[in-house]
Ligand binder design. Structure first.
Ligand SMILES: Cc1cc2nc3c(=O)[nH]c(=O)nc-3n(C[C@H](O)[C@H](O)[C@H](O)COP(=O)(O)OP(=O)(O)OC[C@H]3O[C@@H](n4cnc5c(N)ncnc54)[C@H](O)[C@@H]3O)c2cc1C
Length: 386
């Protein structure tokens, strides 16, 4: 029996699970187990909507896996022994594997600045976003400081400002909002935030978060009743503790086929992996995470039939950013994620963003029946990745 254990059923882990189940459906010597913290699929792309009090669809992982033969284990992974090839779950169980797919994702880095862990809310999980939603619903008026001027910070600040017009929303961070976009999209982001009444404080370094303020390097303080932290990226320490080779951020370093360079029976995908392309190390997104899952499944299916796995090539296509429910901007990109000349704004961008955000779950259902459809679903990057 080939025992394949997949850790994490997020965007990358789900894509790997359904693709692999479909590709090995005719074999009776393959057993796939997927472990996830929750029964419900977390639409991370929409957690800013959860934080502003919107109910998301109830997407049940077990239902999607019906008929695939995959064993679903709800539990928290507490350890991996990469030499003994076992995984420990918080209920005391130990799972043995021949191949492991590591897809535990990443979260905002709440350890980088003192006070964040104790006093700031995050969008790290559905539970965290619901905690913030409850706090905001009780707050009425007051100041919310959204820390981190990246795209997650922009989406959260806009969504919450639109939902709570009486709240004073501030976006605080090093980068200017939309700094990774082209001039037109960046100006559009600035205009939309101004229209929604979001105050922007950029070019600052946050030194400390206190219960009622954010302290800046240089001595100034920004009073805040609630602080939301969206800055930085942190991965689970499990991979490093398991002795897998990791990069400076703790992500598993992979080879061209997405296998760990130190333990080739371990595939690493999604935000938890440090994947090199010719243009540099990929940064975590859903648009890249799902292809890594599909590719890992294809590679494992090839290995099971004695063939060599192929090289993973990926080029970015777009950065769709919501600006509340009624506005959005989409920056189209070059394969290396630098901004291209084209961008969409307004109603067309709202439609585009919604189409992208709602596509993963139906895509998983499609991959169950047509696994090869997944292989055509992303940009390979042309000369940028050759
Ligand atoms: C508010 C917000 C908006 C975003 N918007 C966009 C966007 O517009 N476009 C885009 O491309 N990206 C966006 N992202 C980033 C995107 O969500 C991530 O890149 C993507 O989720 C990565 O997929 P993944 O499968 O690697 O990890 P995840 O989707 O995070 O899945 C990891 C899974 O592992 C589980 N898990 C973690 N640790 C354990 C453990 N120890 N035991 C058991 N289970 C565990 C988690 O519960 C989760 O189900 C956004 C992120 C946020 C927070």
């Amino acid at each position: 029996m080939n025992r394949i254990v997949i850790l994490g059923a997020g965007y990358a882990g789900m894509a790997a699970t359904v693709s692999l189940a479909a590709r090995t459906a005719r074999r009776d010597d393959v057993h796939i187990t997927v472990v996830n913290a929750d029964d419900r699929f977390t639409e991370r792309l929409r957690l800013h909507q959860t934080a502003s009090g919107q109910q998301l669809a109830d997407l049940r992982i077990r239902h999607l896996l019906d008929g695939t033969g995959v064993e679903f284990v709800r539990g928290w992974v507490t350890g991996v022994d990469a030499d003994a090839r076992t995984v420990r779950i918080d209920d005391g169980r130990s799972l043995e594997y021949d191949r492991l797919v590591y897809a535990l994702g990443a979260v905002a880095d709440t350890a980088a600045v003192p006070g964040v862990d104790d006093h700031a809310y995050t969008l790290n999980s559905a539970y965290d976003a619901e905690l913030l939603a409850r706090r905001l619903a009780d707050l009425g008026t007051g100041t919310l400081a959204v820390c981190g001027g990246g795209l997650t910070g922009v989406e959260a600040a806009a969504e919450i400002a639109e939902r709570y017009p009486d709240l004073d929303v501030m976006l605080v961070g090093r980068q200017e909002p939309g700094s990774t976009m082209g001039p037109k999209a960046k100006a559009y982001v600035r205009g939309a935030l101004a229209r929604l009444g979001v105050r922007v404080l950029s070019g600052v370094e946050i030194a400390k978060v206190r219960p009622e303020a954010v302290d800046l390097a240089g001595g100034d303080s920004v009073p805040a009743d609630v602080v939301l932290w969206t800055s930085g990226v942190r991965v689970s320490p499990l991979a490093a503790a398991a002795g897998l080779r990791v990069d400076e951020r703790g992500r598993i370093v992979t080879d061209h086929a997405l296998r760990s360079v130190s333990h080739p029976q371990v595939y690493a995908i999604g935000d938890a992996a440090a994947i090199r392309q010719r243009y540099g190390t990929m940064h975590g997104t859903c648009q890249s995470g799902m292809p890594t899952g599909v590719h890992a499944a294809l590679s494992i299916a090839r290995e099971l039939t004695g063939r060599r796995p192929g090289r993973f090539r990926f080029g970015y296509l777009h950065a769709p950013v919501s600006l509340g429910r009624r506005d959005a901007v989409v920056q189209f990109t070059r394969p290396d994620d630098s901004p291209g000349r084209l961008c969409l704004t307004g109603r067309a961008a709202v439609w585009y963003k919604e189409t992208v955000s709602s596509s993963p779950w139906p895509s998983f259902a499609r991959l169950k029946t047509f696994p090869s459809a997944g292989s055509f679903a992303w940009r390979r990057g042309g000369r940028y990745t050759r």
